[in-house]
Design a protein around this ligand. Structure first.
Ligand code: IVH
Length: 685
């Protein structure tokens, strides 16, 4: 099919993209102050590439697709790279397809037939820092240069000499007359955090991230400032060399560089074929957050240097290497609104509603803003473009705004005066970071949270009482306090939308079963501010029953291990509140009971996933009875001891099973131990 002429819209779009990308290149490479995330940049870049591929006539000589991003800063003397410092192609498909696509291209470019053996690759980390070329002449560091536009970089020798781990002299008696070592200058996470802690102490501005801080430090005009920044270096390749024969492979080269005292990261692996590359990718991604420095992916290279030469380069990239990136942990998006959420204790958390953005492997639409001070510190406003971050399973947060993109008229955030859920006043006490709704259990949001907490697994453990049901119960006026739960009938529940008769009966049964609980669980379930599970257990053990705890003075509370003044006051205030005492009376009237001192039986499923073995004769329990009790608690009872056994219950005349348990270091208990375990005393240890 003949190429279609570009439409005016496409011509316009290509020019807009070129201009935007050039601006981003300038802010990233020259100012070290990017205003968009890598992912956003990549997507613009790919859009332009696609347009140009479809309409080669749109390619201009100065298109960002035709060159490497940077320009040398004029304050530094220019250094011409005799072997250009290029970039590498980025594979953005973050699955095995990324590794496969690379392998397919390599096999095609090497002219390998289908049956030919797997290609040998080296997989390395992709360090997130600043590319540097170190020129050693007769073994001495002569010139250090940035990449610049790939052809001409900046002479940063004086700055780089201050980096402790870069040797001024190669540790070999026979250094090549000329060799350029290429690699990445970076800042370790711990060093970055320490640097920011120091900035805080000095009342100075915090640094944004390790990459920009490292890049900015190398490109300081005053080497004394560079010297104060804790920079490091990893080598990953060569530039020009003379009078030197490199090893046959990239792996051999890395080893040789390391032997000369040049820092080389050890997390590289030589592998064959695409599946092994993908395996490396997955293994590194799993360890990503635990690495002491930032990486944004891995790099695959053809290991043999002669094959690299054979493959050569396309315009700006070598054919023999590819960067396989991880899903971005940071992305840029817009704040659509700032709303507040009310927690169980009335704490108000401001939340940013975001234009949906894909970050760290998921699409996010909300990010926590923590509290009012935090919003003020970061000056986040509705309409702002912000960098959001999502690492692992943590709640996404806003890292910073992009001031250059703030819309005109954006107003600073103001904490609402009234709770959006109940209209009660929002108050913020002297010295507290958190504002609270003063509505207490009048506030449906607090009621909802209080009910969910009460029913949660480590509190009263009521199965089936989730978000939606609680919401419906409150909206329908069926429950106001936790005590009301015990008055619910299967009919009440079955009347709710999307609730079958059977599940209604199950929930009512689960509520009923929760009447028998432990004192520790009950205290925790009340949701007293600052009283977590551990404190609830301490209080249960110390006071033995609820009545003495309710009556306790501050001084008496302070006698409990780990209870300090804030906690003591919170407990006293809770029980001083008439409304709370009424709820407790309601629970007692509803038949909620705990056994003072000895906790009541564990709820079903408490031993789920655990395997027990019974052996010998127990003093009072028949074997079948012991088995039934264990199974009722969710445990599996097995006939023989293996490494998978959790615990062996041994009675009189126990034989080989007991011996084997001891040999394997498996826990052994007697009948009393079993009873204690079933009674939930395991929780009290
Ligand atoms: S090899 C011919 N290996 O990522 C270019 N680069 O866009 C060969 N980088 O400019 C580069 N870790 O600054 C290579 N293990 C690694 C790397 C790495 C980080 C940087 C490098 C390069 C950029 C690619």
């Amino acid at each position: 099919m003949a190429a279609r002429a570009p439409t005016p819209a496409e011509i316009e779009r290509a020019s807009v993209l070129r201009r935007e990308l050039a601006g981003h290149d300038y802010r990233y490479y020259v100012l070290d102050q990017p205003t968009v995330s890598d992912a956003e940049y990549d997507s613009l870049f790919r859009e332009l590439e696609a347009l140009e591929r479809e309409h080669p006539g749109l390619v201009t000589a100065d298109s960002p697709t035709q060159r490497v991003g940077g320009h040398a800063r004029t304050e530094f003397a220019p250094v011409r790279h005799r072997v250009p410092m290029l970039s590498i192609r980025t594979e953005t498909d973050t699955t095995i397809a990324g590794a496969q696509a690379f392998d397919v291209r390599i096999r095609r470019d090497l002219g390998l037939l289908d049956g030919a053996p797997a290609v040998e690759y080296i997989a390395e980390l992709k360090f997130d820092g600043l590319a540097i070329s170190l020129r050693y002449e007769a073994g001495r560091l002569a010139v250090a240069a940035t990449r610049g536009d790939g052809e001409v970089g900046e002479d940063v020798t004086r700055n780089v000499r201050t980096i402790a781990t870069i040797p001024h002299r190669l540790a070999t008696r026979t250094p090549p007359p000329v060799i350029e070592v290429r690699g990445e200058v970076y800042m370790a996470r711990a060093d970055f955090d320490a640097l920011n802690a120091e900035q805080d102490r000095q009342g100075e501005k915090r640094f944004i991230n390790p990459r920009n801080t490292a890049a900015g430090a190398v490109r300081q005009l005053d080497p004394a400032i560079t010297a104060r920044r804790p920079l490091r270096f990893f080598a990953y390749g060569l530039g020009e060399f003379d009078g030197y024969t490199p090893p046959a492979t990239q792996a051999g080269l890395l080893q040789e560089l390391a032997s000369w005292g040049i820092p080389v990261n050890e997390d590289w692996r030589v592998v064959h074929g695409p599946a092994a590359l993908a395996e490396f990718y997955a293994a590194i991604e799993a360890r990503r957050d635990a690495l002491p420095f930032g990486i944004d992916g891995v790099v695959y290279k053809v290991n043999r240097l002669d094959l690299q030469d054979l493959l050569g380069f396309v315009t700006r990239e070598p054919r023999w290497a590819v960067a396989h990136k991880f899903p971005a942990e940071e992305a840029t998006t817009q704040v659509l609104a700032i709303e507040v959420q009310v927690g169980r204790t009335g704490a108000i958390t401001p939340i940013a509603r975001l234009a949906p953005v894909f970050v760290g492997g998921a699409t996010i639409t909300n990010a926590t803003l923590h509290n009012e001070d935090e919003i003020r510190r970061k000056d986040i406003r509705t309409g702002d473009w912000v960098v959001v971050r999502r690492a692992g399973d943590v709640i996404p947060e806003v890292v910073r705004t992009v001031p250059e993109r703030r819309p005109a008229g954006a107003k600073p955030f103001a904490m609402p005066a009234r709770c959006p859920e109940c209209g009660s006043a929002i108050v913020r006490e002297e010295g507290e970071a958190v504002a609270r709704c003063s509505g207490g259990l009048v506030c449906p949001a607090q009621r909802r949270q209080a009910l969910l907490h009460f029913a949660s697994r480590h509190a009263m453990d009521i199965d089936g009482l989730g978000d939606r049901l609680v919401e419906q119960l409150i909206a329908g006026g069926k429950v106001a306090t936790v005590a009301d739960l015990y008055r619910l009938t299967p009919e009440d529940l079955a009347a709710l939308e999307r609730m079958g008769e059977k599940s209604a009966a199950n929930v009512v049964a689960a509520i009923g079963a929760s009447r028998n609980t432990t004192l520790a669980r009950f205290i925790f379930a009340l949701g007293i501010r600052h009283v977590g599970e551990a404190t609830a257990r301490d209080l249960a053990r110390h006071f033995g029953d609820l009545a003495p705890l309710q009556r306790a003075t501050i001084d008496e509370l302070l006698e409990v291990p780990d209870v300090g003044p804030v906690l003591a006051e919170s407990i006293r205030d809770f029980f001083a509140e008439a409304h709370n005492r009424e709820v407790i009376r309601g629970l007692l009237r509803a038949g909620v009971r705990w056994t003072p001192g000895t906790p009541s039986p564990r709820t079903a499923g408490a031993l789920a996933g655990q395997t027990f073995v019974l052996t010998g004769t127990l003093p009072t329990l028949a074997r079948d009875a012991a088995k039934a009790l264990l199974e009722a608690a969710g445990a599996t009872v097995a006939g023989s001891v293996s490494k998978k056994t959790t615990c062996v219950v041994a009675g009189a005349d126990a034989g080989s099973k007991l011996e084997r348990a001891r040999a394997l270091g498996i826990r052994v208990i007697d009948e009393n131990g079993l009873r204690a375990l079933l009674a939930g005393e395991g929780e009290h240890t």
